[in-house]
Design a protein around this ligand. Structure first.
Ligand code: FES
Length: 113
């Protein structure tokens, strides 16, 4: 979830300074470019769309993660519940530092599968 709409926010890899931009659209564009679904925006409209969800699809990426597309709830080992509204990338290689999500480590380790 992102801070909205003032200031800036930082992800593990990107700092988005939207103070100098046409704020809302720049943020929406940045989030839309996130291939893993780690960035998301939750608005009243998106919550309604999630409620009328389309079927969940899963795509196995060659030598990479499992892309899960659609609204899913992930129950973590500690019982914490997390909702992903667009897509998320689930690690298949076992080397992610951010399990169950892919952090790109499959490239570094040369995962084949
Ligand atoms: S599949 Fe990407 S880190 Fe494991």
């Amino acid at each position: 979830m992102l801070a909205w709409p003032s200031g800036s926010f930082q992800t593990r890899r990107t700092t988005v300074d939207h103070a100098a931009a046409s704020a809302t659209q720049r943020i929406i564009d940045q989030v839309a470019q996130c291939p893993s679904g780690a960035l998301s925006i939750r608005t009243e409209d998106s919550i309604e769309r999630a409620a009328a969800a389309t079927p969940i699809t899963m795509e196995v990426q060659a030598n990479g993660p499992l892309l899960v597309k659609g609204t899913v709830q992930i129950k973590h080992a500690d019982g914490r519940l997390e909702q992903k509204d667009t897509q998320c990338a689930i690690c298949r290689c076992g080397h992610s530092e951010n399990k169950p999500y892919c952090d790109g480590s499959h490239r570094r380790t040369g995962f084949q599968g």
